[in-house]
Design a binder for this molecule. Structure first.
Ligand code: HT7
Ligand code: ZN
Length: 844
């Protein structure tokens, strides 16, 4: 397959002013008639007219009304055209019903639906399918279905047809069409300047009761974007559609967002607090794209972080504002470390702005999204809040209606602040997670912190240069008071010292407060302050981080030295658990132990070969020890976390349930599951039912609960996804592959549905000890299924290949087994471009 390079970018030869599309819907033979107004691009460097097109049956084509014989070469169409404005018309036939890749126009349980990002529009009709070609779309849909939707405003409709017009020029990846037997739950929103917007959430009949939260989250997002970014909505309608078959979470098509049902539908009985929180964040994310992505889009796909990093940052800000900022930040960092640090440490490491790709779908990664968001956060920390919002104002004014680059983005900050961001830009081009080592000195009342930064080599990038690191630091005195409030130190050199004068005693530093930069901080050079900071730090992130460091150390000592769980750690944890002045959600986070994957990476970084079974055993032992050590305190806290009244997903109630369920999981380790059974039987919401179900599965693969849960929920696909997933997540290492295999034979295992596939095979790859069991059964089963899924849905297959990205961490036996599984996938004839690229990079 061909590699595409950022350095090869050239502007489009022709621009598009207007697009008219007519869809005659038919499951196996949809006709798409296009009329596209082209004109030469004055900035073009070539005059070659080229249209993308994949899996299209061309019926006819005309240029300025004259039939043309086209030159079809692979996935594109080339033609000699006048060097003047002209009209292209064509009719193509496509087959939505057989489109299982879920890209382009496809069908999901009788409903027509599109997914065009990144390069799906070319599966709908011939078009310059690149984001720097922005055009005004008018769409007519003909089909015998009650609901016919496209982007923009509704222009006209009749029996079996509808017309839509989107006045905002947009790239083809933001095109959308939905048609089906759907029901709308509706609301309205009045923008700050008085525009009345109709809000509709379209769902299948039967899902109407799962819409209220999504609509409420949408309205809150609309207000928030007006308040913080002066960003107002710009159409008369904002439609959201829930679809069951979808490769990712959601898609920000202009005026017609399409959501994976799992990312929008919610009811107390069927959705957990975590589901509600995720739905709120995704609704906000997609809505915020209206400005950061749609009004201002990307020049090319290498600039993906321009819209995704910024929009993730904005949705993180929203969550922090709507819920607890401290808890939100801890959750963001856990996700970053769990997915992005893992990626940055392995064969798939790539810069936030990659410089080449084979299949762009493989670059919708944690690095582009989550690390991309961290770069925006650092910029904001460096320039300060006021200049950040000034720069954003300028960005919106200067670039509205344009397709931009990271250079445009940084220039806005340079022009606003007068700063030179040349060095900061390295964050966009250098892959890998910087290691930041710190040491200290105290003399004559002056306290000096010395930092050394180093970024390890990553594929294709051996040598790294120093990056700009904003290090937020506060100093505490030995009795726990704060002597120096948070200051941001701006590190630019490979090694750099910062001094604080006039101190009466040697302080205890709290470094990288709020996780001010996406680096790995190594504090061996400043002594052991973790227990002190867990007790005294005023920065909630570092307070949590200190607890995490203590837990990690205890576990590493148990694994590498056969040590017993550290009593001091257990006492410190118990003190936090009992401290009613602390937010329950925060306490629940402190009680959470590091993941198996995090421990494996830590051990690997320390020069050990991680043994997944030893890691699993250490975590089991520590949990059991915690349950005994805290036994007396647990019933009171469990009772105190009881939330009365009807269910509400708000942060306070959810925090109480989170801590209550954490405590329940410990209680169930000493009471044989009696309390969990009680909670399971009396739960009136999914958060409590599922947590109790998990406890019961953890004690033994409780058949009774498994059966009763299934029979209660068998009609609800989203709950049955949880049912598949939980049984596998809680499976003992030796049984995980077998249980997964057994579940893949269940009549409800609809493997072509990405949610079901992920909740089953994805749960196995997430059960680290099960996936890495020495038998190799986990590797084999996952490889078998990836081989089977690839011809059906390459995008979802390729994403799941990341389960193998850590293969080089492990012992030779596991490495050989994983490599064999990978090789088996790589050797499959006719492997998709997506998976071919993933295999090449992972095996490299
Ligand atoms: N911009 C979207 C990214 C995306 C996507 C979404 C659904 C299915 C396939 C997709 N390919 C790329 C989602 C977002 O970041 O908001
Ligand atoms: Zn996005």
């Amino acid at each position: 397959p061909q590699t595409i390079y950022l350095a090869d970018y050239t502007p489009p030869a022709f621009l598009v002013d207007a697009v008219h599309l007519t869809f005659r819907l038919d499951p196996n033979a949809t006709r798409v008639i296009s009329r596209i107004e082209f004109r030469p691009n004055p900035d073009a460097t070539s005059q070659d007219f080229m249209l993308h097109g994949e899996h299209l049956k061309l019926i006819w084509a005309k240029v300025d009304g004259q039939d043309v014989q086209t030159n079809l070469t692979g996935d594109s169409l080339k033609l000699d055209v006048p060097n003047a404005p002209f009209i292209w018309e064509a009719e193509v036939e496509i087959s939505p019903a057989t489109n299982t890749a879920l890209e382009g126009l496809y069908m999901s349980r009788g409903m027509y639906c599109t997914q065009c990002e990144a390069e799906g529009f070319r599966k709908i009709t011939y078009y310059p399918d690149r984001p720097d070609v922005m055009a005004v779309f008018t769409v007519r849909i003909e089909g015998n279905l009650p609901v016919l939707l496209s982007n923009g405003n509704a222009v006209a409709q009749g029996e079996g047809w509808a017309e839509w017009h989107d006045p905002w020029p947009k790239p083809a990846y933001l095109f959308a069409l939905v048609a089906g037997d759907l029901i709308a739950k509706s609301d309205t929103f009045t923008t700050r300047s008085g525009r009345q917007v109709d809000l509709n959430l379209y769902v299948r009949p039967g899902d109407e009761h799962k819409c209220d939260f999504g609509l409420d989250a949408l309205k809150r997002s609309m207000v928030w974007d007006e308040n913080f970014y002066n960003a107002e909505y710009d159409l008369d309608i904002f439609n959201i559609v829930a679809v069951d078959d979808f490769n990712m979470g959601a898609m920000e098509n202009k005026g017609l967002n399409i959501f994976n049902s799992a990312a929008v539908l919610a009811s107390p009985e069927t959705s957990t607090d975590a589901n509600y929180e995720r739905i709120e964040a995704i609704i906000a994310h997609e809505y915020f794209h209206n400005w950061t992505g749609n009004r201002i889009t990307c020049r090319d796909w290498f600039q993906l972080c321009l819209k995704e990093g910024l929009t993730v940052f904005r949705d993180q800000q929203f969550t922090a504002d709507e819920r607890s900022a401290a808890v939100a930040r801890i959750n963001d960092v856990m996700a970053l470390r769990g997915r992005q640090f893992r990626e940055d440490n392995g064969p798939l490491a790539h810069p936030v702005r990659p410089e080449s790709f084979v299949e762009i779908n493989n670059f919708y990664t944690a690095t582009v999204y989550e690390k991309g968001a961290e770069l925006i956060r650092m910029l904001k920390t460096l320039v300060g809040d006021q200049d950040y919002y000034k720069a954003l104002d300028l960005y919106f004014r200067r670039h509205d209606g344009q397709a931009c680059t990271i250079e445009d983005w940084l220039k806005v900050f340079e022009d606003t602040t007068g700063r030179d961001l040349t060095q900061f830009k390295r964050w966009y081009s250098q892959a890998g997670t910087p290691r930041l080592k710190v040491s200290e000195a105290f003399e004559n009342g002056a306290y000096t912190l010395t930092f050394r930064q180093n970024t390890p080599p990553t594929p294709g990038q051996e040598a790294k240069q120093p990056v700009v690191i904003p290090i937020a630091v506060g100093l505490l005195n030995p009795d726990g008071g704060e002597v120096v409030e948070t200051q941001v130190l701006e590190m630019t050199e490979a090694e750099q010292s910062f001094s604080f004068d006039g101190l009466g005693a040697k302080p205890i530093p709290s470094i990288l407060r709020g996780f001010s930069a996406p680096v790995i901080l190594e504090t061996d050079g400043i002594g052991d302050n973790a227990a002190f900071l867990l007790a005294h730090d005023t920065d909630p992130f570092n307070k949590w981080e200190s607890g995490r460091a203590l837990a990690r150390r205890t576990l590493i000592d148990m694994i590498t030295k056969g040590a017993a769980p550290d009593q001091a750690f257990l006492d410190a944890l118990l003190a936090v658990l009992r401290d009613d002045s602390l937010d329950p959600a925060f306490r629940a986070l402190v009680m959470r132990l590091p993941t198996q994957d995090e421990l494996a990476q830590t051990l690997f970084d320390m020069g050990h070969t991680p043994d997944p079974m030893a890691i699993y055993q250490a975590l089991e032992t520590l949990r059991q020890t915690m349950a005994q050590h805290m036994q007396d305190a647990l019933p009171r806290i469990y009772a105190a976390m009881h939330v009365g009244g009807s269910y509400s997903p708000d942060a306070e109630a959810a925090g109480k349930r989170a801590l209550g369920n954490t405590v329940l999981s410990l209680i169930s380790l000493t009471d044989g599951g009696a309390q969990a059974q009680k909670q399971y039987d009396s739960a009136d919401n999914m958060t409590q039912q599922l947590a109790a179900f998990g406890c019961l599965l953890n004690i033994d693969q409780s058949d009774t609960a498994t059966q009763s849960f299934y029979h209660q929920w068998k009609a609800d696909r989203l709950v049955i996804d949880k049912w598949f997933g939980l049984q596998i997540s809680y499976a003992a290492p030796a049984k995980a592959a077998e249980i997964t295999e057994h579940l893949t034979q269940h009549p409800d295992f609809d493997w072509k549905n990405p949610n079901r596939f992920r909740s089953t095979l994805g749960a196995l790859t997430g059960n680290a000890a099960g996936f890495h069991h020495p038998s190799g059964a986990g590797y084999d089963l996952v490889a078998d299924w990836l081989i089977r899924l690839d011809p059906v849905n390459p995008q979802t297959t390729a994403r799941m290949c990341t389960a193998f990205e850590t293969w080089r961490r492990y012992d030779t036996d596991r490495q050989a087994k994983m490599k064999a599984a990978l090789q088996r996938i790589a050797d499959k004839p006719n492997l998709s471009r997506d998976v071919t690229e993933m295999m090449a990079r992972i095996l490299n």
